[in-house]
Design a protein around this ligand. Structure first.
Ligand code: GLN
Length: 469
C-alpha cells in the first residue's frame, strides 16, 4: 500500500522522513520499473529538483510547509516548466524548452513541491491509450501487455506504479479519468475554468482542463485545493466569486440507465457498476434512474468541436516559431515539410477533420450544429441536477485493452470515451474511483459527475465509494 500525501506530510513534519530520502525512494522505484512501463519521457533537470528540495527543507525548517511541500510530482508533458523540455508527446517539439512556468507549475513550485519528471502522453493529448506518443506507448502497471489508457497514460501509470503519490494530467474528453480507470487510481476532471490553463499546450480550448491523479480521494482533493484559483492570465478562469456551490446534498445518485447499458459495454463492467450502486444504496444513498436526453450525441459533438479547435490551435506549429523546422524551397513548402515530418497520423487526421468542419459551407452544417447540441446538453444536465447530487456511470465501457488492439481502428478507440466525453462538452467536473478488479485482475472504476463547481460533492461521494472497496 502506497503512502498518502497526508501520511508523507506527517512524516516529513516530524522528521522521520527527509525530503531527500523521499525523492531518492521515488527515483529508485522509477529505475526499477521504468524500462517495463515507460510512464516517463524524462526527469526534470537536477538543478530544478535540487532547488525544490532545498526550498522544501527550508519551508519545513521555518514552519511554512504546506501539505504539498516536499511531495514529488510527475507532470504530463504538455505543462510548461521554465527551462525544461516539454514535448507534448510530439516529435515536432522534440527539442523544445519551455520559456516560462505555467500558472499551476508556478503555484506548485511556490508550495515547495518536488517536480520530478515528465509523463508520457498521446501526441498533443489526442488518444486513449498513449500509443499515439511519438516516444512509444506506456504500459499498464497491472499488466504490461495492456495499455495504461490515455492521453495522460504516463501520469496515471506513474501513480499506479508507485513512482509518486500524485501527478497532473489534462482532460479534454476523458484523458484523466480513462487512464485513471485503466490504472486503478483516482482521477479528477475539474470544472471548466476552475484551474488555470496558462502554460498548458492547447488541444481543444473550450474543453481542456488540468486535474490531479492520486491513490485516494483525499490526495486528489489536497492537490485540487492548491491548484484551483482565479488567474488573470487565463481568460476562461472563473472569478473567485463564481466558484461556490452551496446547495444542500440530497443523497440521490442519478443513473442514465439506457446510456449506461448500451451496446458495447462489457458485461463484467456492468455487473461491477450495478454492484457498486447496490453497495452505495446500502450505505444510505438513493439510486434514481434518469434520462439525460441527447447524451448519446455527445461523442459526435466532441468529434466536431474538438478537431475544429485542434486544427486552429496546432496551426502555430509551423516550422518557424516552435520546434522542428524542415526547410523547403519556399516557405509554404517548409511549412508542409515540417508538419509532415513532425506530426503523427492521429494528429493529422484531426487537423484534416477540423479544417473540414470549419470550412466555408460546412461550418453551419457541422460546427454550428454541434454547438447547438452542446447547449441542449448543458440544459439537460442542469435539469437532471435539480433532482440528483451526482450522475454515475462506469468510467469506461471496458477495462484496459491490449497494446495494439485498437491502434489501427480509430473509431473503436474513440468509443473508449463514450462515458467521459459528455462531461467535457458540458464543462462540469467528474471523478473516477476504482471499484475492484475484473476476472483478468484489471481495475474497474465508477465515474461520478457533479454540477459546475461541485468538486466537493465529488470528494464526498468519492470517499463514500472508496470506503466500500
Ligand atoms: N481520448 C480522447 C481523445 O482522443 C480524449 C483526449 C483528451 O482528453 N485529451 O480525444
Amino acid at each position: 500500500m502506497q503512502k498518502t500525501v497526508a501520511q508523507l506530510h506527517e512524516e516529513l513534519k516530524k522528521g522521520t522522513l527527509t525530503v531527500e530520502a523521499l525523492v531518492l525512494g521515488a527515483k529508485k522505484t522509477i529505475k526499477e520499473k521504468e524500462s517495463e512501463i515507460h510512464a516517463l519521457l524524462g526527469l526534470y533537470s537536477d538543478t530544478l529538483i535540487d532547488a525544490q528540495i532545498k526550498k522544501a527543507k527550508e519551508m519545513f525548517a521555518n514552519k511554512t510547509a504546506t501539505m504539498l511541500t516536499g511531495i514529488p510530482f510527475i507532470f504530463k508533458d504538455n505543462l510548461l516548466v521554465q527551462g525544461e523540455l516539454a514535448t507534448g508527446g510530439s516529435k515536432i517539439l522534440e527539442n523544445y524548452h519551455a520559456v516560462y512556468d505555467g500558472t499551476v507549475v508556478k503555484k506548485l513550485k511556490e508550495q515547495g513541491a518536488i517536480l520530478l519528471g515528465r509523463a508520457n502522453m498521446d501526441e498533443f493529448a489526442m488518444g486513449s491509450s498513449t500509443e499515439n506518443s511519438a516516444y512509444g506507448p506506456t504500459k499498464n502497471p497491472h499488466d504490461t501487455t495492456r495499455v495504461a489508457g490515455g492521453s495522460s497514460g504516463g501520469s496515471a501509470a506513474s501513480v499506479s506504479a508507485g513512482y509518486v503519490p500524485v501527478s497532473l494530467g489534462s482532460d479534454t474528453g476523458g484523458s484523466i479519468r480513462q487512464p485513471a480507470a485503466f490504472c486503478g487510481v483516482v482521477g479528477l476532471k475539474t470544472t471548466y475554468g476552475a484551474v488555470s490553463r496558462f502554460g498548458v499546450m492547447a488541444m481543444g480550448s473550450s474543453l481542456d482542463q488540468i486535474g490531479p491523479f492520486g491513490t485516494c480521494v483525499d490526495d486528489v482533493e489536497a492537490v485540487f485545493d492548491v491548484i484551483s484559483f482565479s488567474d488573470p492570465l487565463d481568460s476562461t478562469s472563473l472569478p473567485e466569486n463564481a466558484r461556490t456551490y452551496d446547495k444542500p446534498l440530497k443523497k440521490i445518485i442519478g443513473v442514465p440507465r439506457s446510456f449506461v447499458e448500451q451496446k458495447g459495454v462489457d458485461k463484467e463492467v456492468l455487473a461491477n457498476f450495478n454492484e457498486s450502486l447496490k453497495n452505495l444504496e446500502k450505505a444510505g444513498y438513493t439510486i434514481k434512474d434518469v434520462s439525460v436526453n441527447h447524451i448519446e450525441k455527445a461523442l459526435s459533438v466532441y468529434y466536431i468541436l474538438m478537431p475544429a479547435e485542434v486544427s486552429s490551435n496546432l496551426a502555430r506549429y509551423d516550422g518557424i516559431r516552435y520546434g522542428l523546422s524542415v526547410p523547403g524551397d519556399t516557405s509554404i513548402k517548409g511549412y508542409f515539410e515540417s508538419r509532415t515530418a513532425g506530426f503523427g497520423d492521429e494528429v493529422r487526421r484531426r487537423i484534416l477533420l477540423g479544417t473540414y468542419v470549419l470550412s466555408s459551407g460546412y461550418y453551419d452544417a457541422y460546427y454550428n450544429k454541434a454547438n447547438l447540441v452542446k447547449d441542449m446538453l448543458v440544459k439537460e444536465f442542469n435539469r437532471v441536477f435539480e433532482e440528483v447530487d451526482v450522475i454515475a456511470t462506469p468510467t469506461t465501457p471496458t477495462t484496459a485493452f491490449k497494446v495494439g488492439e485498437k491502434s489501427h481502428d480509430p473509431l473503436s478507440m474513440y468509443l473508449a470515451d463514450i462515458f467521459t466525453v459528455p462531461v467535457n462538452i458540458v464543462g462540469v467536473p467528474a471523478i473516477s474511483i476504482p471499484t475492484g478488479k475484473d476476472s483478468n485482475n484489471l481495475p474497474f472504476s465508477m465515474q461520478f459527475i457533479a454540477p459546475h463547481n461541485g468538486e466537493k460533492i465529488l470528494f464526498t461521494y468519492g470517499r463514500a465509494l472508496e470506503r466500500l472497496y
